[in-house]
Design a protein around this ligand. Structure first.
Ligand code: GRF
Length: 235
């Protein structure tokens, strides 16, 4: 394929840096990860830092993909020198067309697994079938409590005494997939949704990179709803 210009790609709702297909490198030894984002990207930041200090290997962040051109996470990715692509949701008619465009990017960048880090769209069963047990998400509550939007606010409104975060495999429900790992924090009397969410995010920034590394190491297997984690020594 020839070099595609940014302008040409913008006309079809896709924004990215210039890159030829033969510049996209693949390595057998690594699991090539795409991080899907819609917002701030603090979890993306934590993944990038983990990769920097060798705590993500054999996973490598090979693509950052956003559905919103204005997502600060895209800028964060570019500042870190990463391939950052936007599949602008406003430019596609319906989910099927948008997911086709996403799949095209994921295939082009030879992606093995997907990490949803604040990606604010539900993925279809058809899309997920292409990445069976290779899509994970981080959610700011102790699932199955408080799925969906504003999880910290839901926990406060419910009077929960403990909250936290969950990393789970993604199925076609809303935050319903098999749970990989969780971390918890008390809910303090003076907490509001923002202060609780800040504390939960500190936990997310530790837990998500660890889960990604376990996935890339082949240590996770789903047995029905239960996720088995093989210990490090392989026993
Ligand atoms: C996180 O709290 C995550 O749990 C939720 O969306 C938020 C994304 O935050 N799914 P950030 O963009 O990584 O800062």
């Amino acid at each position: 394929m020839t070099v595609t210009t940014i302008a040409a790609r913008r006309s079809c709702g896709l924004y990215e840096e210039d890159k030829r297909d033969d510049e996209i490198q693949s390595s057998e030894a690594h699991m090539r990860i795409a991080v899907l984002v819609s917002g701030r990207g603090s979890n993306l930041g934590a993944l990038l830092e983990a990769e920097e200090r060798g705590a993500l290997a054999p996973a490598e962040i090979s693509l950052v993909l956003s559905n919103r051109p204005q997502a600060p996470a895209l800028e964060r990715a570019r500042e870190a020198g990463r391939t950052a692509v936007c599949v602008d949701q406003t430019r596609y008619r319906g989910r099927v067309a948008m997911e086709e465009a996403m799949l095209e990017q994921l295939t082009r960048h030879r992606i093995d697994a997907i990490v949803l880090a604040g990606f604010m769209r539900i993925l279809s069963a058809r899309f997920l079938a292409s990445f069976s047990e290779r899509v994970i998400n981080v959610h700011p509550s102790l699932l199955p409590a408080f799925p969906g939007l504003d999880a910290a606010a839901q926990a406060i409104a419910h009077g929960a005494k403990v909250s936290g975060c969950t990393v789970h495999f993604v199925d076609d429900g809303v935050d319903t997939g098999p749970i990989i790992a969780q971390a918890c924090t008390p809910v303090h009397a003076g907490d509001d949704a923002a202060s609780l969410h800040r504390r939960i995010q500190t936990l997310e920034h530790e837990l998500l990179p660890r889960a990604v590394q376990m996935l890339a190491d082949g240590r996770l297997s789903c047995i029905g709803r239960r996720v088995d984690i093989r210990p490090l020594d392989g026993t």
